[in-house]
Every structure is written in structure tokens, then in C-alpha cells.
Design a protein around this ligand. Structure first.
Ligand SMILES: [Zn+2]
Length: 88
């Protein structure tokens, strides 16, 4: 038995401080009004599921999971976001 047998988890997502992401997203949205949608992304603190909010341009401080009953404290855990350019 080796004590050095560390295996990296296969899924590693990058999340950033909530306030930073809000600010960044806001800047992006304001830089191209009406042309960009951002969707908040976060990782479930219960099961590790990667989740994306359905509502664009809204940043939630908590989020529920579709795989388990955990409510993730996004504000504490951090998040990321997805940028969608609107066509038309
Ligand atoms: Zn979950």
C-alpha cells in the first residue's frame, strides 16, 4: 500500500469568487448592451454536478441541484459563467 497514491478527480471545474464574477459579467453585458447573455455556472457542493442557470444575466447566491437535494451556497463557493452572443 502506497501512501502516495493520490489520484486527481477526473472532473475539475474552475470557479471564481462570486463578487468578481458578478462584476465581470456586468461589465461584459454593459460592454455590448442587448447583444450578450451570460449564464451563471456553478458546481453542486453535494454531488459535484456542474450546473448552469436557466435564466440569463441573473446571478443567484444559492442554487439547487437536479441530481441531489443539496442547495449550494454559490456566494461562498464561487461560480463561473457562460457567455452567449445573441444573434440578431
Ligand atoms: Zn447535487
Amino acid at each position: 500500500m502506497s501512501q502516495d497514491d493520490s489520484i486527481d478527480p477526473p472532473m475539475k471545474y474552475t470557479d471564481y469568487p462570486f463578487d468578481d464574477m458578478c462584476k465581470k459579467a456586468e461589465e461584459l453585458i454593459n460592454s455590448a448592451p442587448g447583444k450578450i447573455d451570460v449564464y451563471q455556472k456553478y458546481t453542486c457542493s453535494g454531488c459535484g454536478q456542474r450546473l448552469t442557470m436557466d435564466t440569463p444575466n441573473v446571478f443567484y447566491v444559492t442554487g439547487s441541484c437536479d441530481k441531489c437535494p443539496t442547495i449550494t451556497n454559490i456566494k461562498e463557493q464561487g461560480c463561473n459563467f457562460l457567455v452567449h452572443a445573441r444573434s440578431g
